[in-house]
Design a binder for this molecule. Structure first.
Ligand SMILES: NC(=O)c1ccc[n+]([C@@H]2O[C@H](COP(=O)([O-])OP(=O)(O)OC[C@H]3O[C@@H](n4cnc5c(N)ncnc54)[C@H](O)[C@@H]3O)[C@@H](O)[C@H]2O)c1
Length: 385
């Protein structure tokens, strides 16, 4: 099968810019992808960060510290943008105005107002594909939980819990970076960083909370800067959002945990659905397994654990007995975006949409207000366009 070549520009050559470039560089891993990314241009305000790209990717022919120059390049079809949150509302609309498809990092603006600016720019360019990065649901175990729900095995839902747990911030001497600064990361703090990750699957399955409460935790109030001087660390460390989803036949709690200080968890994403007829659970702590229970009235309550190995949404050369990991999830997400660009349906699981990103902002905005005022508040969903 001939692969469509999509010429990519990357804006933001930090942690995630490199991750996406690495996944693109091993595209031969995928066995029948409709399209292939070729990174032709990179942009970062720190020039030295672009050296890694030019060293490893001969396809990169443009390097620039000004994203406007990259957007003026007619050889760029689509842009992956991974910059600090405060810049999303400036750069995402500029990408669309330049006529480039956009694969943007979450959270699509650092607050609801900035997200609305991005949404207006998206509405003005319906000819362009826009998707929001959120890779964890591409783990095979996560896909199993999603299929289990979609196939109607759960019955009446008792509770859904989605969590994303980090722990490196437990070290009070970990140097500060932009993710701990309200002016750059936004008032949401940990919720802005991790909220799209925990809401992607619930929103895709149609679970929109009607109301939210939130316990917001702030434990580390100062951190060393690059010179060793202690400076304020402003953002929320942990948030536990307890929300209620209304459904025919009653509501159920949707619990969302976005924690930067969860002792021992390096990057633990999980989803657990508990129901009257079936339950399912996946955590990246056990990356090749998922757990489920089928229940009939009066029957046994037995959780089963299945070793899935490497059963990915987009087929690859990896043997089915092997493990799937973070870098694979990133590549599968990329594959979903490019498949849509090539006219496909992302094998049934497209990347997070701009509407889902806007909905997550409505939830986080309500959660922030609820958490800081100690109330249960309704979520005000607007028109996503
Ligand atoms: N999907 C995920 O799992 C995941 C993980 C981490 C971060 N992220 C998201 O990725 C984005 C970037 O985070 P990161 O961890 O890569 O941060 P980072 O700080 O490692 O990288 C950001 C880069 O943007 C560059 N930059 C800043 N201003 C710029 C400008 N005007 N033009 C061009 N480049 C500019 C910085 O120099 C830096 O290299 C954020 O939106 C974040 O939420 C996603």
């Amino acid at each position: 099968m001939e692969q469509k070549v999509i010429r990519i520009g990357i804006i933001g050559c930090g942690l995630m810019g490199r991750e996406l470039a690495s996944a693109a560089a091993r595209w031969l891993h995928l066995t029948n992808a409709k399209a292939r990314p070729v990174i032709v241009a990179v942009c970062d305000t720190t020039p030295v960060l672009m050296d890694w790209f030019t060293t490893h990717l001969p396809s990169v022919v443009q390097t620039t510290t000004d994203y406007r120059e990259l957007l003026a390049n007619p050889e760029v079809d689509a842009v992956y943008c991974a910059v600090p949150h405060v810049l999303h509302a400036e750069i995402y609309p500029a990408i669309l105005a330049a006529g480039k498809h956009l694969f943007g990092e979450k959270p699509f603006g650092m607050d609801a107002e900035q997200n609305a600016t991005i949404s207006r720019a998206i509405a003005a360019r319906p000819d362009l594909l826009v998707r929001c990065s959120s890779e964890m649901p591409y783990y095979p175990g996560a896909q199993k939980v999603i299929d289990f729900v979609r196939q109607g095995h759960v019955g009446e839902i008792l509770e859904v819990e989605a969590a994303f747990l980090h722990s490196s911030d437990i070290n009070p001497m970990k140097p500060i970076n932009w993710k701990r600064q309200v002016a750059i990361n936004g008032e949401y703090g940990c919720m802005g960083d991790l909220g799209m990750h925990v809401l992607h699957v619930p929103l895709r399955l149609g679970w929109r909370p009607e109301s939210v409460g939130a316990s917001l935790v702030k434990r580390v109030t100062a951190r060393p800067d690059s010179t060793g001087q202690m400076v304020p660390c402003e953002t929320w460390d942990n948030a536990t959002i307890t929300s209620t989803v209304r459904q025919d036949g009653g509501g159920f709690p949707l619990v969302l945990k976005t924690w930067r200080i969860s002792p021992g968890d390096s990057n633990t994403w999980s989803i657990r659905v508990l129901g009257m007829r079936g339950s399912a659970f996946f955590t990246t702590r056990a990356p090749r397994q998922w757990q489920f229970m089928r229940y009939e009235a009066g029957g046994n309550q037995t959780w089963q654990t299945e070793d899935l190995g490497y059963q990915s949404l987009f087929p690859t050369i990896t043997g089915g007995i092997f493990e799937f990991g973070f870098t694979d999830a990133i590549q599968q997400m990329w594959a979903a975006f490019l498949d849509e660009l090539a006219g496909g349906d992302a094998n049934g699981f497209p990347c997070a949409t701009p509407a889902e990103a806007s909905t997550h902002h409505a939830i986080l905005t309500a959660a922030l207000h609820a958490g800081t005022t100690n109330q249960i508040l309704p979520v005000a969903y607007g028109d996503p366009t």
